[in-house]
Ligand binder design. Sequence first.
Ligand code: NAD
Length: 422
Amino acid sequence: MSESSDHKKSPYQVALENFDAAADALELPQDVRALIRYPERILTVNVPVRMDTGEVRRFEGYRVQHNTVRGPGKGGIRYHPAVTLDEVKALAMWMTWKCAVVNVPFGGAKGGVACNPKEMSVGEIERLTRRYAAGILPLIGPQQDIPAPDVYTNPQIMAWIMDTYSMMKREGYPVPGVVTGKPLSAGGSRGRDEATGRGVFYTLECAAEHLRLRLKNARVVVQGFGNAGSVAALLLDSHQSLVIAVNDSRGGVYNKAGLDIPKLMLHKERTGSVLGFPGAEPISSEDLLALECDILIPAALENAINGDNAHTVKARVIAEAANGPLTREADAILEAKGVFIIPDILCNAGGVTVSYFEWVQNEQHLNWELHEVHERLERVMKTAFHEVLSLHLERKVSMRLAANMLGVGRVAEATAVRGLYP
Ligand code: NAD
């Protein structure tokens, strides 16, 4: 097999190339490109943490605001050993276009700390979170920049950030609108925990209708059975699709007759992994991606499908629950094969959409019912899907380029009407 190196390309490089392709297709003037191609603000923070052993360990954290022309910065915080400034810059840029694609009034931002939360105690994670939050305090706020969960961060971590911000900035008075993805008891929204996976499902419903693919009995493979991947799998399972294989960082499970997803979720909750699920056989990551299926949902990390393995993929539709799971080389290979790709900035935008709903409820002291959240989310996701699909069909460009054109175009328009000041 030829050794491709495109998955070693930095995610920021990929994000810039995608931006340039959209800007070229939109024939954007250089002046506007200069304003929106680069991050507005980058903050690197030193995060010293007292560990349970008594020693102080030092971590590095980042917050990047890519663009705030359409509204306050919005984007998750990632805790992962592989976090780099380059990755955070890419993720922040994707957030800018993503918010514009679903037309929520936010800009794009992202944060992260290079750490391994799996090897840390709850107390250590709390101390890391509070110190990191204190470090990025000058940048965040309900009207400035609003973090949310991402890989290996969760509602509890959001509650600690909200608490730290409220204590340090507002003398203890609560400021729930400073973060989203909070626990319900601290001002979270109903439906936020399942929003990303549910959004993935709504876009798949639209894609299935467009392609005349029946979801009933459609074979589905999910890479990364975390928050986004497991909820998408659960909703597809409840619509009688056959989720035949899923994996997580420890390994995968396969059953060609379909896995019982509610039971698998319980198994993962109890054991920490999908491995060892009764009635399923183990499957390697390479074999899972190469399974014959109708729908493949990469829901783990960037560059999972690249120049080395894209030719093994046999799916008809790829729904990008993860951010940046396909390299540009993989994109080209899969497009040539006629695979229908629902690009990340559309497919996984359900999370930021319900984050927006949470922020609206916080700012207006409202408390929406679950069905209201679901209905509004469905409307937003399906509208965005059809706007991207129309561009794809009218301009005869890939779904990815169409989504980028929609997102970049909206940001460029807002930039042009606001003008350059000072
Ligand atoms: P998560 O931490 O809940 O789940 C990630 C899952 O991926 C875990 O089960 C982990 O074991 C698995 N994983 C890690 N490395 C893997 C590998 N090499 N192979 C297979 N599985 C692997 O995170 P999440 O919130 O579900 O995020 C997953 C992806 O979705 C990320 O790219 C994230 O940026 C994106 N996303 C998440 C949200 C959200 O609201 N949670 C919103 C938009 C996009």
